[in-house]
Design a protein around this ligand. Structure first.
Ligand code: SAH
Length: 252
């Protein structure tokens, strides 16, 4: 039973600081098996590499087209939705999905633009700062006594679930709103942080905790382009106040 003609959503599989080139190749193979093509490597220890090509077993076109960047921020810049995978429970209460739920969510968001799927390094996983770039945290419900899968096995499961969701997905509804890009979203957060520091609300010695909470709040809201513009407009108005009674009027 082949499904060759079904095109898969634009999911960017993002491997953060992968240590073993063999795993990169195995991930490329896992992706191609499920119909995904966009591989992004954040600061790989060794790439390109012969071992990666060997383990790709015919998916070397994915490796050849892989984009190499130096930060998670750059990797997700044009994504409208980002999911981070983790074997571990995190102390930060981030919105969570299991692998099946992640497949459905990635498919749904991919209707508006590229979506990112973050995977951590083999030994250490993703840092909390890297998880900050994600809307949801995804766990494969493995045995809690032995929950850490091989990197390529984790990629395989997430790609499989996303493929299943895509094969069963209903046709896309029109929303009318353009989703904000992650880069615009991150610039908004930087602007907010700057402004809060200026007005003395943010304790400059410990900015991270509050910023993480606010990041979570705004990510949950998933502002579209227009809504982000309004928020940026408010920040600008705080920095450069209009004279009383002379507001911009129509701010929408
Ligand atoms: N020791 C690391 C595990 C790294 S495994 C840790 O505790 O986080 C390499 C990567 O594979 C992880 O960063 C994650 O992206 C993915 N992965 C492994 N097991 C997973 C699981 N059960 N659920 C979700 N992702 C998993």
């Amino acid at each position: 039973m082949g499904n060759a003609s079904v095109s898969m959503p634009d999911v960017r599989v993002i491997l953060v600081r992968p240590q073993h080139p063999g795993n990169i190749g195995a991930c490329a193979r896992a992706m191609k098996n499920m119909g995904f093509r966009h591989l992004v490597l954040v600061a790989p220890r060794q790439f390109p590499a012969e071992e990666a090509v060997a383990r790709a077993a015919g998916a070397d076109d994915i490796l050849a087209a892989a984009r190499v960047v130096d930060s998670v921020r750059a990797a997700v810049a044009d994504c409208v939705f980002v999911a981070a995978t983790s074997a571990r429970d995190r102390t930060i209460p981030w919105p969570r999905l299991d692998a099946r739920g992640a497949g459905t969510a990635l498919c749904a968001h991919a209707r508006s633009g590229p979506v990112g799927l973050l995977f951590g390094a083999e030994r250490t996983g993703l840092t909390n700062d890297e998880v900050d770039y994600a809307h949801v945290l995804v766990q494969i419900p493995a045995d809690p006594e032995f929950a850490s899968l091989n990197l390529a096995a984790a990629v395989q499961i997430l790609c499989y679930e996303t493929r299943c969701a895509a094969l069963g997905a209903a046709p896309a509804p029109e929303s009318g709103h353009r989703p904000a890009s992650q880069e615009d979203f991150n610039r908004f957060l930087e602007h907010l942080e700057r402004m809060m520091a200026d007005v003395g609300f943010l304790d400059a010695r410990h900015p991270r905790k509050l910023m993480r909470r606010l990041t979570r709040l705004f990510r949950r809201a998933q502002p579209d382009d227009n809504e982000l513009q309004i928020l940026r407009g408010i920040l600008n108005a705080v920095e450069h106040p209009y004279p009383p009674g002379r507001g911009r009027g129509d701010n929408t």
